[in-house]
Design a protein around this ligand. Structure first.
Ligand SMILES: Cc1cc2nc3c(=O)[nH]c(=O)nc-3n(C[C@H](O)[C@H](O)[C@H](O)COP(=O)(O)O)c2cc1C
Length: 366
C-alpha cells in the first residue's frame, strides 16, 4: 500500500511536523549520573537526519528526589543535566528535526536490576508498588504539590531550551498512572476515589500546571495506557463512557495530543468496534492522537524483552486505519531504536533492508 498519506505535514498550535511518524520514547540508560552524553545527542540526531517527524526522548526525570530509579537514566533538572539536553535539542534542530522530552516520574516502580538507593522519599499515592504491596508511606500534601510543580518546572525548561513540544509520561504504571489506577491509589482524600474521574485529579492538576507554565500555544502531549507493567490486563476504562470520564477532564485541563500506548496497535479497545485506544481517545475528546505498538514489526515489545525476535511486518493495516482518520500520528519504537534509517527505508521502498529486532539491540546506541 502506498505510504504517501503518512508523509503529510502535521500542524497544531506552534508545532509543525513534516510527516506523521513519531519516535516513541525509549529508556536507554546511556546517561551516566543522569547526564545525557554526546553519544546520546548523536543517536537522536541520526533519527532527525533520517526523516523522523517528531522525536520523543527517553523518559527523563522531573525534579523530585526519587523521580528515577536508575542512575544511568537522564534527569531533566540541574544545570549540567539541562545543558546536556540543550546539546541534544540543538543537534536535532541542526539536522532539521523536531523533538519533545518525555517528562517522567517513576513513583513507586522499582528497578529489579538496580541496587540503587533512592536519595529521598519515594513518591507514591498510597505507598503501594502494586496492588496489596505496601512498602513506603503515602505522599503528603506537600509532596503532591511539589510533584505537580516539578512537571511544570520541567515543561517550562523544555520550552526555554528550545524543545518543540513536551510529553508527560502518564502511562505504564508510573507515578501519574499510580494515581489513576485503583490498584495503587487507595487514598481516601480528594486525590483518590471510587471513580476514574476522581483518581484523575492528580493528572489534571499536573496538566493545568504545565499548561500555565508553557502558555496556550505550546503543544502538550500526554501519554496514557490502560495496561501497567505491574499488570498487563489492568484497565482504567472498561467502557467508552468511562474513557470519556477519564480523558475529558484531561483534555479540558490542556492536553493537545493523547499518546495512546498499546502493545499492538490493531487491537480493538472495546467490544463491538474496531477502533483502537487512539481511535477512541480521538472520538471522545476530539483531540489529536498518536497510536503505537508493534508498528512495522511482527512481535510486541514485552516479548522482545524476554528474547523473542520480531521480523519486519507490513504497514498496510496501519495505513488503512490512518487513512480513515482513526489517529493523527504514529509512534514507532523498536524499529527506530534498531535502525535510524527506518523512516527513509520504508518511504523509499527499501523493504529488503529493514532489520529484525532482537534484544541485543538494547545494549548499543546505533
Ligand atoms: C527499550 C525500551 C524502552 C522504553 N522506554 C519507555 C519510556 O521511557 N517511556 C515510555 O513511555 N515508553 C517506553 N517504552 C515503550 C515504547 O515507547 C513503545 O510504546 C513500545 O516499545 C511499543 O512500541 P514498538 O512495538 O514500536 O516497540 C520503551 C520501550 C522499549 C523497547
Amino acid at each position: 500500500m502506498p505510504l504517501d498519506s503518512l508523509f503529510e505535514p502535521f500542524r497544531l498550535k506552534s508545532l509543525s511536523l513534516p510527516n506523521r511518524i513519531v519516535m516513541a520514547p525509549m529508556t536507554r540508560s546511556f546517561s551516566p549520573d543522569g547526564v545525557a552524553t554526546a553519544e546520546v545527542a548523536a543517536y537522536y540526531r541520526r533519527r532527525a537526519e533520517n526523516d523522523v517527524g517528531l522525536i520523543v526522548s527517553e523518559g527523563t526525570g522531573v525534579s523530585r528526589p526519587a523521580s528515577l530509579n536508575d542512575p544511568n537514566v537522564p534527569r531533566f533538572h540541574g544545570a549540567s543535566e539541562l545543558l546536556a539536553w540543550k546539546q541534544v535539542i540543538d543537534a536535532v534542530h541542526a539536522a532539521g528535526g523536531r523533538m519533545a522530552p518525555q517528562l517522567w516520574h517513576v513513583g513507586s516502580a522499582r528497578n529489579p536490576a538496580s541496587d540503587w538507593k533512592a536519595p529521598g522519599p519515594i513518591d507514591s499515592p498510597s505507598g503501594l508498588s502494586s496492588p496489596g504491596k505496601r512498602f513506603t508511606e503515602p505522599m503528603t500534601e506537600e509532596a503532591i504539590a511539589d510533584a505537580i510543580s516539578a512537571f511544570a518546572r520541567g515543561a517550562a525548561d523544555a520550552k526555554r531550551l528550545g524543545f518543540d513540544c513536551v510529553e508527560l509520561h502518564g502511562a505504564h504504571g508510573y507515578l501519574i498512572d499510580q494515581f489513576f489506577w485503583a490498584g495503587t491509589n487507595a487514598r481516601e482524600d480528594h486525590w483518590g476515589g471510587a471513580t476514574i474521574a476522581e483518581r484523575s485529579r492528580f493528572a489534571v492538576e499536573v496538566v493545568k500546571a504545565v499548561r500555565a507554565a508553557v502558555g496556550e500555544d505550546y503543544v502538550v502531549i500526554l501519554r496514557l495506557s490502560q495496561w501497567k507493567q505491574q499488570d498487563f490486563t489492568a484497565r482504567l476504562a472498561e467502557t467508552p463512557a468511562e474513557m470519556e470520564a477519564w480523558l475529558q477532564p484531561l483534555s479540558e485541563a490542556g492536553v493537545d495530543i493523547f499518546h495512546c500506548s498499546q502493545r499492538r496497535f490493531w487491537e480493538p479497545e472495546f467490544e463491538g468496534s474496531e477502533l483502537n485506544f487512539a481511535g477512541w481517545a480521538k472520538k471522545v475528546t476530539g483531540k489529536a492522537t498518536i497510536t503505537v505498538g508493534s508498528v512495522g514489526l511482527s512481535g510486541e515489545f514485552v516479548a522482545a524483552f524476554r528474547g523473542e525476535a520480531s521480523k519486519p511486518a507490513s504497514l498496510d493495516e496501519l495505513i488503512r486505519r490512518y487513512e480513515r482518520g482513526e489517529f493523527d500520528l504514529v509512534a514507532v519504537g523498536r524499529a527506530l531504536l534498531n535502525d535510524p534509517e527506518w523512516v527513509r527505508k520504508v518511504r523509499t521502498g527499501r523493504t529488503g533492508e529493514l532489520k529484525e529486532f532482537s534484544r541485543e539491540a538494547l545494549g548499543v546506541l546505533v
